[in-house]
Design a protein around this ligand. Structure first.
Ligand code: GDP
Ligand code: MG
Length: 164
């Protein structure tokens, strides 16, 4: 069966935007237990003739800080349990925050391949200096992208399919 790639990250970092860029129109929603915000969004897609299934683990995301952390742990666990490669997204505009470090620790301990992505790098010239702090997560090289401007997407996907 096809490799599974899961997108994980804090609310508002751009998971859904990236998912839509990669998935195009081929989206289906898979519902879990009613009332539990674990609905996952799946799409079958490909890069350089490599087919894979993409999952946006985000779903409906909370506003409260405590709930954000617990839901992120849950999403990271879904990714660890179901994915072959995890795309972990952060946000260069917000910088590195504590919730990022917590999830990175979980992902590192799982031993699953992780591609670290730093989104909202809409201008490499302007924001590249702010990308380097993400090395501190200890999960490898940060890949700068702009999901909304479609920058860096090819290099990021090259890094993903290397793990298949
Ligand atoms: P999610 O909560 O992680 O799924 O994030 P969304 O995809 O819903 O995006 C959250 C907000 O960030 C939206 O207002 C997006 O338009 C914006 N956004 C997403 N990607 C980018 C990007 O590359 N650059 C900028 N400047 N904004 C972005
Ligand atoms: Mg979303």
């Amino acid at each position: 069966s096809k490799p599974v790639v899961a997108i994980v990250g804090r609310p508002n970092v751009g998971k859904s935007t990236l998912f839509n860029v990669l998935a195009g129109e081929k989206i289906s929603i898979v519902k879990d237990t009613p009332g539990v915000t674990r609905d996952r969004i799946y799409a079958d897609t490909s890069w350089l003739d490599r087919d894979f299934t993409l999952i946006d683990t985000g779903g409906i995301e909370p506003e409260s800080k405590d709930i954000i952390i617990s839901q992120m742990r849950e999403q990271a666990q879904i990714a660890i349990d179901t994915a072959d490669v995890i795309v972990f997204i952060t946000d260069v505009r917000q910088g590195l925050v504590d919730a990022d470090s917590k999830v990175a620790d979980m992902l590192r301990r799982s031993g699953k391949p992780v591609v670290l992505v730093v989104n909202k790098v809409d201008s490499f010239q302007k924001f590249m200096a702010d990308v380097y702090e993400f090395y501190n997560l200890g999960i490898g090289d940060p890949h700068p992208i702009s999901a909304s401007s479609r920058l860096g997407i090819g290099d990021m996907l090259d890094a993903v399919i290397k793990y298949f």
